[in-house]
Structure formats: C-alpha cells, structure tokens
Design a protein around this ligand. Structure first.
Ligand code: MN
Length: 486
C-alpha cells in the first residue's frame, strides 16, 4: 500500500505540505464504545483518521511530522496480543502498520506519550481537533511538558493548537475519481435496497420487517454496514424527521418514508423515497408528492458548478411554498409566506448536505461569510420534504417578516437565550391569524432524496436506479418481492 499511488499517502503528503515543517498533526482513530455491560456498539472508524490512513482498528493515532528526518508519518497502534486477538479479532500491530499501512514509523500505544513529547520539540503549531475526551488531556499535558523543555533548553515548542479537521474538511469536500467510484457503487447498492423495500412492503407488516428486506438486499450485494440507522416511517411517523424506532404496524392507505443507505469502503450513500404501502397513492398523497417532486427536480436542476447549496435550498423552499399555497396549507401569497417563514410549519430542515465518508460530510457551507459555490468533484444530497403532522389541523401563523440570517447572527452575537427571548417577544407582539389545514392532508409526510456529484458541466445523479416518479413507483410496488413475506 505504500508509495505515491496509495491515495492515503497522497492525502498525507498534501496535509504535510499544508501544515509545514514547523507543525505537527495528531489525528486519533475512533475508540470502541460500550453499549451495555461488556458489549460494544458496532465500531465505526473516525472518518478523518480513515481518510489519511485506511487503518481500520480502534484506539490508533496518526502523527504527521513534515520534514522529520525519520519520516513524516507515524502510526501508534494496539499491540499484537494472541490472547486478545483470539477473543476480539486480528490486530496489525506495529509491524503490520509499517508493512501494510505505509507508516514510516510505528509504535505500540504504550509508548505514545514518550514518543509524542519528543516529536513536539521544534514544532510551533499542533494541528489537532480538540473536544476529543480520550486525547484532550494528553495533548494539553504534553504541551505543558514541552514548555518545560523550552524553559530549560530553549527552542521552539507548540504554542498554538489549530483544528486539523478544517484542513481535512476542505480536502474531503473535493472527491477524487476513486472516491466518486466508491460513492457511485454504494449508491447503487443502496438503491437496490430501496427498490426491494417498495416490492416487499405491504399493510400488515411491521416497519422493522421492511427494514430487514431493505438491508438484506444491500448486504447480499456486498455492503457490510449501513451509512446511518435506517428510518422506516409509515403513516404519521413520516412527519418525525429522525424516526428510527421502526416498530409500527403498517396500515392500508399509509405512505412509507424510507431514509436509509449502505456504507461501502467507508463511503456512505443517503437515499430517501416515499411510497404507498398498498401500492397506490391516494389523491391527496399524490398532490403532496407532486409538490416535493417538483422541489427535488428544481434542486437537481440547480446542482451545477457556480450554484450553491444555499441557492438550492432557497429555490426548493420556494417551490415547496408555492405548492403549500396551492394545496391550501398556507393562506397568504408566495412572497409573504416566504418572508414570514410560514412554510416552517411543514418544511423545517435544510435541502441537502455534503456526502462522503460521513453521511453529513465534513466541509463548510460558507466561505468568508458568503454561501459556498458548487465546484466539480463536490458530492451532495438534495432532499426536500413536506410534513403535515396530524396535529396541524389548525395552525397559528404570525404576520411578521424577518430575515433568518439576521436572527441567526444575533443569536451568535447576543447569546442564544437573549436573542431567542427577543424573537419570542417580536412574535408575541405581531398580529396572528389561524388557518384551518384541509383535513385530507393531515398525517402525510413525504421526503425525496437523491445524491449527486458535481461535474464540469452539471452533475451526475448517483441514485436514479430507484425511481421517484409516481407511475414508476407504483409499477415497482406492484412487482413480486424477491424475498418471501412472513
Ligand atoms: Mn440526507
């Protein structure tokens, strides 16, 4: 794996160049987390660490020391231990880290403090993401030791800690061809699962049984892990954004919203589809669905270089709001409904996010205070929705125009509690109206989500294999499932 054709080595070299020879970068792996008593949650490697190392084991730590005479890349790993390995699985050990993971030097974790404190000498900046409960104390105590060293012997020692994930987030935002291949593949597998769920789902099944069919399909196709916990939300549960209980009995006439995807080689897909449990949309479901479909079409159309996630969100929100007014969900005209944020009643999340090693991938959405422009190689999702919760039969709307960006800014400047008290007061003083929502729409929750990568002249949609048009969905629901129903 060593050598410059190794993508991990290329990334480490870029990071080393970026931080320079007066700096050291420390990037810890994830640790195992206890689920209960002596069992652990499924292990998931830290994406920043994985991006630089490809090393799959917990507890390890990567150190980058640009220009160091003994090499730039040191890996600290768990020791080989035949007894532990018989229980918990294989460990590469220091030797494996050198031979198979391209480390210039490798040590067992026991020597971490001693070696790391030597590495800090002569370095002025530590690139490290604070907020890591396993390593924050270690890093600050090593900095203190290094200061002592300077007082006695002189020379540079670290006097600043900077967030390495800012640099890595910027690197991770631009996918290489290999990364785009990985995303393409994991989206394909995830789409297989969604298609199977449309065939398999039926009234009388529990949501978790549909979840089993969905995940069975992509595991069978080669994906060992989910990108995130599957959301299989039938009926009114679709109005709960992160519903993961998946324990409701699916009823005739329900819509089923599935937000779920596989992970492959560390890369996550992120797909949402909403379809009728019995295979046919009702007229009100169809009407709401068409609004969300128009919004995602708009967002996809705008997924081109030079556009921005913010512009996509604003445009999709506009299409959704037009639809809400046309359906009678909102009483005012388009401009007022937007300026007064009345659409928040039924649409209250962003329209997308970066996608990669994290399902909500690292990378900033603003640069120098302005919305970030899309560029070739960026991957993101487009996921508008409408959620008409059962308790929205009569809604109260405030006739108050405000700029959400300004309000958010004030929350930062004045403090969240103080600013929110002002917001509440402004709402309190504003005129209010009540509006009766047409009852046939109550309990309908719909989200549609595709994954795209920006190309030189537009985008590639990675999730077209699972349909989102009404006729195509109904046709797929009518197909015989490949799995037997219970
Ligand atoms: Mn998403």
């Amino acid at each position: 794996m060593a050598g410059m054709s190794d993508p991990y080595a290329e990334r480490r070299a870029r990071l080393a160049k970026e931080i320079g020879e007066d700096a050291i970068a420390i990037i810890p792996a994830a640790v195992e987390v206890i689920r209960s008593h002596d069992t652990e949650y499924e292990f998931h490697q830290d994406p920043d660490f994985f991006y630089l190392t490809g090393f799959p084991e917990p507890e390890a730590l990567a150190v980058i020391t640009p220009g160091h005479s003994e090499g730039e890349y040191t890996l600290f790993v768990r020791p080989r231990d035949p007894e532990m390995e018989a229980w918990d699985g294989y460990r590469a050990g220091a030797e494996g880290a050198l031979e198979r993971f391209g480390a210039d030097r490798a040590f067992e974790l026991a020597s971490l403090d001693e070696v790391l404190s030597r590495y800090m000498i002569g370095r002025e900046v530590i690139w490290y993401r604070t907020g890591n409960s396993h390593h924050d104390a270690r890093v600050s105590s090593l900095v203190a030791k290094a200061r002592n060293h300077r007082e006695r012997y002189g020379g540079a020692v670290p006097s600043a800690v900077r967030d390495v994930s800012v640099l890595l987030g910027e690197m991770r935002l631009f996918k290489t061809d290999d990364e785009i291949d990985a995303l393409r593949e994991v989206c394909e597998l995830s789409a297989l699962g969604h298609a199977e769920a449309m065939r398999f789902a039926a009234p009388g099944l529990y949501e978790y049984q549909v979840q089993a069919a969905l995940e069975y399909r992509w595991r069978l196709a080669g994906a060992r892990h989910n990108g995130y916990p599957s959301i299989v939300a039938s009926g009114p549960n679709a109005c709960i954004l992160h519903y993961v209980e998946n324990h409701r009995l699916i009823e005739d006439g329900d819509l089923i919203l599935i937000d779920a995807a596989a992970e492959l080689d560390g890369y996550s897909s992120d797909i949402t589809r909403t379809f009728p449990a019995n295979g046919s949309f009702t007229a009100p479901q169809r009407a709401v669905y068409e609004v969300v479909l128009a919004a995602i079409d708009k967002g996809l159309e705008m997924s081109v270089p030079g556009s921005s996630p913010r512009a996509i969100h604003d445009a999709a929100t506009r299409v959704l709001t037009e639809g809400m007014i046309a359906l009678g969900l909102l009483p005012k005209g388009l401009d007022e409904s937007l300026a007064m944020h009345h659409y928040n009643q039924f649409y209250f999340h962003g329209t997308g996010h970066w996608l990669g090693l994290d399902v909500h991938d690292m990378g900033t959405y603003r640069v120098d205070g302005v919305p970030r422009k899309l560029e070739p190689g960026m991957a993101h999702t487009v996921e508008p929705g409408l959620y008409i919760a059962p308790d929205k039969g009569e809604i109260t709307l405030t006739l108050l125009e405000y700029d959400q960006d300004e309000w958010n800014q004030r929350r930062l400047v004045e403090g969240r509690a103080a600013a929110m008290a002002k917001e509440a007061e402004a709402r309190e003083q504003a005129e209010k109206i009540t509006h009766v929502v047409p009852p046939e729409f109550l309990g309908i929750g719909i989200r549609i989500e595709d994954d795209v990568v920006i190309t030189d002249d537009g985008h590639e949609n990675l999730t077209t294999t699972v349909p989102k048009g009404i006729d195509e969905i109904e046709a797929l629901c009518a197909e015989t499932p490949t799995l037997p129903r219970p």
